[in-house]
Design a binder for this molecule. Sequence first.
Ligand code: 4FL
Length: 225
Amino acid sequence: MRFDVLTLFPEMIENIAAQSIIGRAQNSGVIEVHAHNIRDYSLDKHRKVDDTPCGGGKGMLMAVPPIDACHEAVKALAPEMKTRTVYMSPCGQVLTQKKAIELSSYDRLIILCGHYEGVDRRAIDLLCDEEISIGDYVLTGGELPACVLIDCVSRMINGVLSDGECFEKESFMNGLLEYPQYTRPIEYKGMAVPDVLLSGDHKKIEKWRKEQSLEVTKKNRPDLI
Ligand code: 4FL
């Protein structure tokens, strides 16, 4: 799968995507992450990309023409790929595991990141298929949300996770939060690993984990029950 990020801060994307499992997946060729600087598509001699809001108000908005030109150039890099274009925004639908699985079925995601006070609405209406939020808070820009989306979608793609990193039992895959996990030492600062996990009784362990999942979900996320 290919990701193309349209941003004013391409290094933020490149640096994060070069690390850990996403970095490894890029090196092995299962995914590609490309960041494109919208400023390179400014037609202004001072490379200006923003302007004041029509109707007045604080701050600056990203203008349509550089975003449109950047998107056009990026689309042409892989015109045959099945592509979805998304805008990262607190006004979008909140990202879920289900949405990540759905987006992983595309060959390519083009992700638009806003900065300043946002972007001219026409850029979204003209270029984007949907708007995605990563939660009910505002950040300084869409770059960290874009990295969250890339991470979350990538790990649903075959070949990104190893067997040991398998995701079938983790939080959200069954609609509940994950049960608590322990490793050695068996006791630390007076805190013991629950006996049942040392019992070797796989039926009992399975049952305990199900109960714990339900317990932690009731306590922290009753909305998921
Ligand atoms: C995007 C916040 C997606 C939450 C500022 C610019 C944001 C965001 N989800 N804040 N974009």
